[in-house]
Design a protein around this ligand. Structure first.
Ligand SMILES: [Zn+2]
Length: 551
C-alpha cells in the first residue's frame, strides 16, 4: 500500500513534467510592477461575461473599483490582445485610453489624489486564447462532457487573468471582493468563487449565474467553469467551531463517485486545520468543481480533474494538493512570483507530511527521499528579483519545460529545516506562517489573508527556533547549488566537512549511523566522529535523508 501510493505520486509528478513540454510558453503575468500599476490598489472586480461555446467567444463588461495610493492621472491595466475594447468609461463618461500589446493605458482628465476612487468600466469581446496545455499553460477550454454537452473551463495561473478580463495583472494586488456574472446557454451552470447569488433566466435560452466572493482573492482564481453540473451539498466540521458549507459541482455522469471525494476532502480539511489552523474561507464555502483539466487551487471553487483516481487507501493526491493551497496560495499569497515556492513548496511538504500522518514516519522519509531525485538546481528556489510567473515555474532559458524545484526542492528545504530546528519549533513556525497570531485564526472577514515573501518565513522560523538561520536560507533558497559533505576516515576517526559554493557558511549538523547507532554530529568547523577502530563498523551518513545535499 505504501509503495503503491508513493508510486502514484511519482507517476503524477512525471506526467506533470512531461506534459509541460509543449512548445508554447505561457504569456506574461507579474514581474516588475510598473509605476502606473503601483499608483492604485484594487478593491473590487465585477466581471460580467456572456460566454458562447458555439462561437467560442466571450463578451462582457468588467468594472474595477480601486483606490489611488500615489497621485496620478494615468493607470495601466492588462487585457490580452485577443480581446477588443468597445467602450471604456469611469461609470459616467468616456475615458481616453490606448489598448496596445496586451496593456490598456488609461488617462483621467484630472490627477487622482491619494484616497480618491478610481473606477473603470470596460466593455470588450473576443475569442480568448485557448489553453494549449492546461492547467500549466493556460487559457480557456471549450471541452465536452462524456455525454457531449458543453464543458467550459478556465485556468490561467501562469498566464494571468487578463486572458479573460481586464485587470492589474500582478500577484501583489488581490481585490478585497470580486463578483462574477456568467451567462451561458441552458442547461449549463456557471460556477465561480464565493457565494452563489442566484440565476437570471433570459428568454433566449441562456441564464446568468452570479457569484460573489467577499474575501481577498487572487486574479487567477476569478474564473468560472460551466457544464450541466449537478450539485452535491454537504458540510464539514471546522476546528473554529460549527461547520463549513461544502458544494461540489460535479458532472452528472460522475455523480455517484462524488460522495467518496467529499468524504476524503473532509479528512484533508481536518489534517490541514490540525497543522495550519482553520479553513480560511469558511465565511464563503468549501467549493469543488469538476474540470476537464487536471486541477487548480481556485479559491473556494477548487478545480478537480483527477477523474476519481483514488489510491488503494482512498487517497486522492490531486484533491489533497489543490485543497491545501487554500492555505498556501489563497490565505498566504506570494506578493511576487519570485516566492512561488511558498505556494508549491509548502504544499508539496504538506503532501509528503500526509504520508507520515496516514502511514507513519518511514513512509514520510521514503516519499521525501523520492522527491530528491528530480532536483535541477539550475535556478534559485526563491530568487530576490521580481519575476514573471513562468520564469520561476519553467526552466531557463526557453521556459518550455517545468523547472520543478519550487515543488520538490522547496518541500525538501522545509524537511531539512524541520531536522535543524526540531519538530516543536518547525511546526509552530509553519502554523505561524499560515496565521501569525491566534486571533487571526478567528477572522473570516478577509483580514486573515496576507501577502508574504520568503523573508517573512525566515523571521518566523528564527523567532520560533531562537536560532540564526540566514545561512540556511541563503544556501538553499537564494542560490541554486547544493552543499557537498566530504567524509574521510582515518583510522578510528571519521572527519566531516562541508564543501559549499563560494565558501558560503554552512554550519549544518548531520546524522551519522555507526554500527546501528545514530548520532547527530555538529560540523561547524569540520566534524569528527569516533568510530570503533577494531572491527571496521558500517558507517552510514544521514540514514534517514534529512539533509538536502549534493550526492
Ligand atoms: Zn500546486
Amino acid at each position: 500500500m505504501k509503495l503503491t501510493a508513493i508510486f502514484a505520486i511519482l507517476i503524477f509528478s512525471f506526467n506533470t513534467l512531461a506534459q509541460r513540454e509543449h512548445g508554447v510558453r505561457p504569456t506574461e503575468t507579474g514581474g516588475p510592477l510598473k509605476f502606473e500599476q503601483a499608483v492604485f490598489d484594487v478593491l473590487d472586480y465585477d466581471v460580467a461575461l456572456n460566454v458562447d461555446p458555439r462561437a467560442k467567444t466571450i463578451a462582457g463588461t468588467t468594472t474595477m473599483t480601486a483606490r489611488t495610493v500615489i497621485p496620478t492621472n494615468t493607470i495601466m491595466l492588462d487585457l490580452d490582445g485577443a480581446m477588443t475594447i468597445t467602450k471604456l468609461t469611469d461609470g459616467r463618461g468616456d475615458l481616453k485610453y490606448e489598448h496596445k500589446d496586451g496593456k490598456i493605458w488609461i488617462w483621467f482628465p484630472m490627477t487622482k489624489q491619494v484616497g480618491d476612487e478610481i473606477k473603470t468600466v470596460i466593455t470588450y469581446s473576443g475569442s480568448p486564447k485557448v489553453a494549449p496545455n492546461p492547467p500549466w499553460i493556460g487559457g480557456i477550454m471549450w471541452a465536452k462532457t462524456p455525454s457531449g454537452a458543453d464543458w467550459i473551463s478556465v485556468a490561467l495561473q501562469n498566464d494571468g487573468a487578463d486572458l479573460i478580463f481586464p485587470c492589474k495583472d500582478h500577484p501583489s494586488d488581490k481585490p478585497a471582493t470580486a463578483s462574477m456574472h456568467i451567462t451561458v446557454p441552458d442547461p449549463l451552470i456557471a460556477v465561480g468563487p464565493g457565494k452563489y447569488v442566484g440565476v437570471k433566466k433570459a428568454a433566449n435560452g441562456t441564464s446568468t449565474h452570479s457569484w460573489r466572493m467577499t474575501n481577498p482573492i487572487a486574479n487567477y482564481s476569478i474564473v468560472f467553469n460551466a457544464a450541466p453540473y449537478k450539485l452535491i451539498e454537504d458540510q464539514v466540521a471546522t476546528v473554529a467551531g460549527g461547520t463549513i458549507p461544502l458544494k461540489f459541482y460535479i458532472l452528472p455522469e460522475n455523480f455517484d463517485k462524488g460522495a467518496k471525494l467529499v468524504e476524503e476532502t473532509k479528512k484533508y480539511n481536518a489534517f490541514f486545520e490540525k497543522y495550519l489552523g482553520p479553513y480560511p474561507f469558511r465565511s464563503q464555502k468549501l467549493g469543488i468543481v469538476e474540470t476537464p483539466h487536471l486541477g487548480m487551487e481556485h479559491s473556494t471553487a477548487i478545480a478537480y480533474g483527477n477523474k476519481y483516481k483514488f489510491a488503494p487507501d482512498g487517497f486522492d493526491s490531486l484533491m489533497f494538493h489543490e485543497y491545501g493551497h487554500e492555505w498556501w496560495a489563497n490565505l498566504v499569497t506570494a506578493s511576487d512570483w519570485r516566492d512561488f515556492w511558498i505556494h508549491e513548496g509548502f504544499q508539496s511538504f504538506m503532501d509528503t507530511l500526509w504520508f507520515e500522518e496516514s502511514k507513519g514516519k518511514e513512509a514520510y522519509f521514503t516519499a521525501m527521499k523520492a522527491r530528491a531525485k528530480g532536483f535541477r538546481n539550475m535556478q534559485p528556489v526563491a530568487p530576490r528579483e521580481p519575476k514573471i510567473a513562468y520564469q520561476v515555474y519553467m526552466a531557463e532559458p526557453d521556459y518550455l519545460k517545468s523547472d520543478g524545484d519550487i515543488y520538490g526542492k522547496g518541500a525538501y528545504v522545509l524537511h531539512t529545516l524541520r531536522y535543524l530546528i526540531g519538530d516543536g519549533a518547525f511546526f509552530r513556525a509553519l502554523r505561524r506562517m499560515a496565521y501569525p497570531t491566534k486571533e487571526m485564526e478567528t477572522w473570516t472577514d478577509g483580514r486573515q489573508a496576507r501577502l508574504v515573501n520568503t523573508d517573512d518565513f525566515l523571521t518566523i522560523a528564527e523567532a520560533e527556533s531562537k536560532m540564526e538561520l540566514d545561512w540556511f536560507f541563503e544556501m538553499y533558497l537564494r542560490q541554486p547549488k547544493l552543499p557537498k559533505l566530504v567524509a574521510a576516515q582515518e583510522g578510528g576517526i571519521l572527519n566531516l566537512r562541508w564543501e559549499t559554493p563560494n565558501n558560503m557558511p554552512f554550519p549544518m549538523p548531520i546524522d551519522i549511523e555507526v554500527a546501528g547507532k545514530i548520532q547527530r554530529v555538529e560540523i561547524k568547523d569540520g566534524g569528527k566522529v569516533v568510530v570503533a577502530a577494531t572491527e571496521a563498523p558500517s558507517v552510514v551518513v544521514d540514514p534517514k535523508g534529512w539533509v538536502l545535499r549534493q550526492h
